[in-house]
Design a protein around this ligand. Structure first.
Ligand code: ZN
Length: 415
């Protein structure tokens, strides 16, 4: 396959991309096709690497309203409703809903997804289904699974054993939920437990950490300490960290040094954090997000995730990372022109670093031919105009092809 005349990641100059055996063989201007090459005319279109969603919950997806809608919109009502819905989980139920959500995501240009899976279930039903989903979708989607203790590790019966069982079954990463544990001490202990388990089984860590508007919620300092002291560092991700939006600046100043030493990743989930956050405030009402702009400026890796697609924690969601990014840029006030122009990295490269797939990710010679093509000159236009995604290509094969929907306008007849 030969892709002609595209702008790679906002570049001014046009390049051709030659693909052979599923990999990018050459990037250069004016490559001549050989006889059997399929030629795609880019005509100046934008090419970027595929979208990454490093944080979603595929076990609960597509369950919104069952058994009831979360009318209060709080995290804790979400957990209560999910704990009821969980009673009727079956392998087929999870397999079918998760696959449906992944297809929706793939249709919007996603090729890398990390899903948390609730393991506070003695039978680990959802995990068993998702392990099979991970295998079955592999040709078109790289899926990672995180053992997520939704109802706690120390605060749930046999929580530690369930985490270890999940590790043995083959998850990619271990989660935690320190802010939900009965006590701060349990929270800290749960993180250290996960640190030990991750080392024992050679796994990454991705903790739901301080997802609460409580400035006293300080799981992050323990998570960063574990990341630093174990040397796991970039294999560790702190998801949410919304309490950081409520910390005082003196504490954040001190914390930032540790975060930089630990070099861990952050995932912010703007849709869900804005939706669930600030629920106990009157006014002023907090945004409920972590300090994305400041963490990014400090050189820490921050990615955006979608978190929930139609489940007890979020009534909407359509698997489109453009919605996540659009709201994220507004909520974090990262809307300088250059910030918008480069903002695709929050849903591409930065997510790839969270998932530790960077070696096989990006538009460069020798890498797998995974890319998206948009009918736009640059990312600013692609995002602002919701430009048509003409192709999603994976290993040199077209996964998604999309033509702009035709639209007829009759304004002129009224002049
Ligand atoms: Zn989550």
């Amino acid at each position: 396959m030969l892709i002609k005349a595209v702008r790679i990641e906002n570049a001014e100059t046009l390049q051709d991309i030659l693909i052979e055996d599923g990999r990018i063989k050459q990037i250069a201007p004016d490559i001549q096709p050989s006889d059997n090459d399929t030629v795609i005319e880019g005509n100046g279109a934008l090419v970027i690497p595929p979208f990454v969603d490093p944080h979603v919950h595929l076990d609960s997806t597509m369950t919104a309203g069952d058994p009831e809608w979360n009318e209060s919109g709080t995290l804790f009502d979400g957990i209560r409703i999910w704990s009821e819905r969980k009673q009727k989980l079956s392998y087929d139920d999870v397999y079918q809903r998760a696959t449906e959500a992944l297809k929706l995501q793939a249709s919007h240009g996603l090729q890398f997804v990390r899903s948390h899976v609730d393991v506070t279930d003695p039978d680990l039903v959802a995990l068993r289904a998702l392990l099979d989903v991970r295998k079955d979708v592999a040709p078109w989607m790289t899926l990672q699974l995180v053992a997520f203790p939704q109802e706690g590790i120390l605060s749930f019966p046999n929580g530690k054993a369930l985490m270890e069982n999940a590790a043995k079954l083959g998850v990619d990463a271990l989660g935690a939920i320190p802010h939900y544990e009965f006590t701060q001490a349990y929270g800290a202990e749960s993180i250290r437990f996960v640190g030990d388990l991750a080392q024992k089984y050679g796994l990454m860590i991705d903790a739901h950490c301080d997802e609460i508007d409580d400035p006293a919620s300080r799981g992050l300092e323990t998570l960063a300490t574990v990341a630093y002291e174990t040397g796991l560092k970039e294999k560790v991700t702190a998801s949410h960290t919304t309490a950081m939006g409520s910390y005082n600046d003196a504490y954040v100043y001190k914390l930032m040094r540790l975060l930089q030493m630990a070099d861990l990743n952050f995932v912010s989930n703007p849709l869900i954090n804005m939706y669930l956050g600030g629920r106990f405030d009157t006014y002023p009402k907090r945004r409920g997000l972590t300090r994305v702009k400041e963490l990014d400026a400090a050189g820490l890796n921050v990615a955006f995730g979608e978190d929930d697609i139609k489940d007890p924690w979020y009534p909407m969601g359509n698997g489109n990372m453009l919605d996540v990014l659009h709201l994220g840029l507004h909520a974090t006030q990262m809307m300088g022109y250059t910030e918008i122009l480069n903002s695709y990295r929050f849903i591409t490269h930065n997510g790839a670093r969270v998932m530790q797939v960077e070696d096989e990710y990006g538009i460069a010679e020798g890498k797998p031919a995974n890319l998206l093509m948009f009918d736009a000159d640059n990312w600013y236009d692609a995002l602002n105009e919701r430009a048509n995604m003409r192709y999603s290509i994976r290993n040199g094969e077209i996964l998604v092809e999309q033509k702009p929907a035709p639209r007829t306008t009759n304004f002129d007849q009224f002049v």
